[in-house]
Design a protein. Structure first.
Length: 274
């Protein structure tokens, strides 16, 4: 007679700390917010997470003692910039998973992995397929545009830092062309610095989009930069802000609200320039 099983199968991590916003947002979308015991202080999506969960980290720093006190069975992080946090937690015996997604395809892959970790692979796949369908719809509309605008996306103002890869790809899906596609391939912000602002002027973008992480985009400051008065975007007033929480988090926000804002800006520009 077979022996009775003395343990139940695990259902994935039960006490998760999310060091960045995208995994928090995704777990809420999956209906798994009860697993989250700590979040990043930069979290604004969903808004209620800030009221419901303790904030235990910034981006490159964290309250290690506070995280340990929460007794997490899993900590989710993003990028090499959180390596020091991850190292400290690993040495303390905590399970840490750090993702390093930099492209649209990689974002989809990471979101599926997180869904599977919490036993929601099927639901996660359905949500991701809906996102993919919406992106394909945007691509179809963009393909019919008589002219695609050149877009300069600025992650930071001093020094100028251009778009990371997933943003550059979303610009293309939305119907525009990134002014600095060669820099988008660089994963680190320091390698996307444009030291000479006149390089941007020479590329003459039709649209300028600012997403200055941690501070408000000031289009009047951009327009007042030396030599920028003759840039098409400045002459026609095509300077816009997309909040960093909507586009610079490599998760659901970028694939939904972020790209939708890009698409609206492009389609409005196209109607004005038919």
């Amino acid at each position: 007679m077979a022996a009775a099983c003395v343990f139940s199968l695990p259902l994935g991590p039960q006490r998760i700390v999310c060091l960045t916003e995208e995994t928090t947002e995704w777990l809420y979308l999956l209906g798994q917010e009860h697993r989250i015991v700590g979040i990043s202080g930069y979290t604004v999506r969903p808004r209620r997470a800030r009221d419901e969960k303790p904030r235990v980290s910034a981006f490159t720093s964290a309250k290690i003692d506070k995280i340990l006190a929460l007794e997490p069975d899993c900590v989710l992080g993003f990028s090499d910039m959180q390596a020091d946090i991850a190292s400290s937690l690993i040495r303390a015996g905590v399970q840490v998973t750090v993702f390093n997604q930099r492209s649209v395809v990689e974002i989809f892959s990471v979101l599926y992995q997180v869904a599977a970790m919490v036993g929601q692979g099927e639901q996660g796949l359905a949500l991701l397929q809906k996102m993919q369908h919406d992106l394909q719809g945007m691509q179809g509309l963009a393909a019919a545009l008589p002219r695609r605008p050149k877009i300069y996306f600025e992650e930071w103002d001093v020094p100028h830092i251009s778009a990371i890869k997933w943003v550059s790809e979303l610009i293309g899906i939305a119907g525009g062309d990134d002014c600095f596609p060669e820099l988008a391939a660089q994963s680190l912000g320091k390698n996307r610095i444009i030291a000479d602002g006149l390089r941007i002027v020479r590329r003459n973008p039709d649209i300028i989009i600012g997403s200055w992480c941690g501070k408000k985009f000031r289009p009047e400051n951009v327009a007042a930069r030396a030599g920028w008065g003759e840039v098409n975007a400045v002459k026609t007033g095509q300077l816009f802000e997309i909040k960093s929480a909507d586009i610079l988090q490599p998760g659901p926000a970028a694939l939904t609200d972020g790209v939708a804002q890009l698409h609206r800006i492009v389609m409005d520009w196209s109607r004005q320039h038919e």
